[in-house]
Design a binder for this molecule. Structure first.
Ligand SMILES: Nc1ncnc2c1ncn2[C@@H]1O[C@H](COP(=O)(O)OP(=O)(O)OP(=O)(O)O)[C@@H](O)[C@H]1O
Length: 234
């Protein structure tokens, strides 16, 4: 469902993503693990159209995302929780959650339906709904950022370093939410980046290792699939 074809991208003329090829299927939880500066955030930003590609293509259900402007990608059902998890401080948590769907033109009934699913998957958000987006702790902010990505992400959800800095109890709740999400929406594709793979609590089906902008060849699927998952190297 999400394919990277020889993806390369530069930032300030320095190569940051190098010849990335991978195929992330529907219904999979994929971890992208690599050190700080390896290119994880840049890869997610490329999917969201926030970084220009130098070469290659990103296909989403066979459609080249180059033809979809950044603001149009959410409408395709792609949800993104950036590392910095910005919540609008003047809005309540509920308003923060509803906002991306409203911007994408969902009807009230559709937004209500997405909110019900999100609260089912992340029940911790229920008590936070009336609170200001500015009144959340770091861990609560990460849960809210997950919720906001789920509101719009009906087909693909991108989570940038969600486990970083989470207290152990919250990290457990977070991984339980991801497992619930997979059971409620089995066709959903999820991509999670992390610098420290051990924080992931084995929530992923597959792991891609990224180093200096390139996927490592030893990143074979963890799942029982016999086909090679990674085909890309520097
Ligand atoms: N705005 C920018 N200007 C210059 N260089 C940048 C910029 N953004 C990213 N880079 C560089 O691109 C490379 C990849 O950065 P990226 O943020 O994608 O890495 P990452 O794997 O997500 O790291 P981290 O875990 O620290 O977020 C790094 O070398 C980084 O310094």
């Amino acid at each position: 469902m999400l394919q990277f074809e020889n993806l390369s991208a530069d930032i300030v003329r320095a190569p940051v993503l190098r010849n990335i090829c991978a195929d992330l299927p529907q219904g999979s939880i994929n971890a992208v693990v690599g050190r700080n500066g390896a290119g994880k955030t840049t890869l997610l930003r490329a999917i969201m159209g926030l970084i220009k590609l130098r070469e290659g293509r990103i296909l989403f259900d066979g459609c080249d995302l180059a033809g979809v402007p950044d603001y149009g990608r959410a409408k395709l059902g792609i949800g993104y929780a950036p590392q910095e998890r910005v919540m609008f401080p003047t809005l309540s948590v509920e308003e923060n959650l509803r906002l991306p769907c409203q911007v994408a033109g969902f009807s009230k009934a559709q937004v209500d339906e997405r909110l019900a699913l999100t609260l089912d998957v992340v029940p911790q958000l229920r008590d936070m709904l009336p609170r200001s987006g500015a009144a959340l702790s770091g861990g609560q902010g990460k849960m809210a950022a997950l919720g906001r990505a789920l509101m719009i992400g009906s087909r693909l959800v991108l989570l940038d370093e969600p486990f970083q800095g989470l207290a152990p109890a919250l990290a457990t709740q977070y991984s339980e939410a991801l497992k619930r999400l997979q059971s409620r929406v089995p066709e959903l594709c999820i991509v999670i980046t992390e610098s420290n793979g051990s924080l992931l609590k084995d929530v992923q089906d597959r792991t891609l290792h990224i180093e200096r902008g390139a996927l490592l060849p030893d990143a074979a699927p963890i799942s029982t699939s016999s086909s090679p998952f990674i085909e890309a190297y520097p």
